[in-house]
Design a protein around this ligand. Structure first.
Ligand code: TXA
Ligand code: MG
Length: 344
């Protein structure tokens, strides 16, 4: 882990240009980056993460003009969204240029592009561009299926010295992955909800978006792109995770207590039943999203029998959070506590 001095950023850019991997902060989560034009480097990302090779990666660019290197055509709806939301937590799925490597796109005829706003990501992308790297392919810097990292220390605990270069840009302030909008089809569709909402997107595009702001999208059918973040089980802690509606929480905690279960709880109000550990959950969605992954890691590390989360509100603004929680629940409890977080 290294402080993002201009020297460290230049060194990280040099590594990218040499085909090495660099972990770097973005405003959403930390990414594990490689030169998107170097298929061997991109394959190294898949190997390091343990990610199936047919799951495409997002290409990160320094500014909107660089999208032309990867996508064609870049038409009016894409230009509008880029002008409005970039740099920021929005990924666009666009028709790819034929030159884009299958290693990046998973063999699809589209490419995902994003311009992150984090100043360290921006500095790195610009420094790499000066060395001829026109885009950095980067998934979240976690092992496949596990909790995404929002701090440099999380990346270190996922990969250890397997990824020697980790730029430390502090805590990611959005905290959940970018909203993904597919503009390659007849109608724009949300593939992954995030901080930028369906309402905000359709206000800029002037048309409603398909896909589901609640995050419940189909993963079936040949026309559906493969989105690893759309697998039912993802973003998961090793400890069993339960989402409990607010009105049922007191009763569930009593039942768990009676059964002798050690509970780690994240809820807005302090429980009346004793628990092993209680952490106060924010009631503001942005603060909740910002703390979500670090909190899941912390609670997972306590070796409780179960992690209990009070289910968040059903308002549209919480769609991204609800989506991640649903997948975390589906994938939780499959490994001994803590093990899923990568030791070393
Ligand atoms: O906020 C983010 O998007 C973070 C930071 C690092 O930028 N990145 C991230 O990457 O979440 P990853 O690989 O963990 O998730 C990217 C998602 C995957 O589910 C992938 O399948 C989808 O984007 N994706 C990428 N290219 C695609 C394409 N051409 N068509 C459909 N989905 C695509
Ligand atoms: Mg990911």
């Amino acid at each position: 882990m290294v402080a993002p001095t201009s020297h460290a950023i230049a060194e990280a850019a040099r590594r990218l240009a040499a085909g090495e991997l660099v972990a770097f902060p973005t405003e959403t989560v930390y990414g594990l980056g490689a030169d998107a034009a170097n298929p061997d480097a991109v394959r190294q990302v898949f190997l390091t993460k343990g990610r199936p090779a047919d799951h495409p990666l997002i290409v990160h660019v320094a500014d909107a003009a660089d999208v032309e290197h990867w996508a064609m055509p870049v038409d009016e709806p894409a230009r509008r969204l880029m002008a409005h939301f970039w740099p920021g937590p929005l990924t666009l799925i666009l028709p790819r240029r034929p030159t884009v490597s299958d290693a990046v796109t998973g063999g699809q005829d589209t490419v995902g592009v994003r311009c992150p706003s984090h100043p360290v990501a921006q500095a790195l992308l610009r420094a790499a561009r000066r060395l001829g790297v026109m885009g950095v392919a980067a998934p979240s810097a976690n092992r496949f299926g596990r909790i995404s990292p929002t701090r440099a220390a999380h990346v270190r605990s996922e990969f250890g010295q397997q990824v020697p270069c980790v730029l430390d840009g502090g805590a990611s302030h959005v905290g959940i992955e970018s909203t993904i909008v597919d503009l390659s089809r007849d109608t724009p569709a949300i593939l992954r909800p995030g901080q930028i909402s369906a309402a905000a997107l359709s206000a800029v595009l002037g048309v409603p978006l398909t896909g589901n702001d609640s995050g419940a999208m189909s993963t079936e059918g040949p026309a559906t792109p493969r989105v690893s973040g759309s697998l039912a089980a993802h973003y998961a802690p090793g400890t069993m995770l339960q989402l409990v509606p607010a009105q049922e929480l007191a009763k569930r905690l009593q039942q768990l207590h009676a059964a002798g279960q050690q509970v780690a709880l994240w809820s807005p109000t302090e429980p009346s039943t004793p628990v092993m550990h209680w952490r106060q959950a924010p009631t503001d969605v942005d603060a909740y999203a910002r703390e979500l992954y670090a909190t899941l890691r912390e609670l997972d590390g306590l070796a409780s029998d179960v992690i209990v989360l009070e289910a968040p509100p059903s308002a549209p603004a919480w769609a991204g959070v609800r989506d991640r929680l649903r997948r975390a629940v589906a994938g939780s409890g499959q490994m001994p506590s803590g093990e899923g977080l990568g030791q070393g």
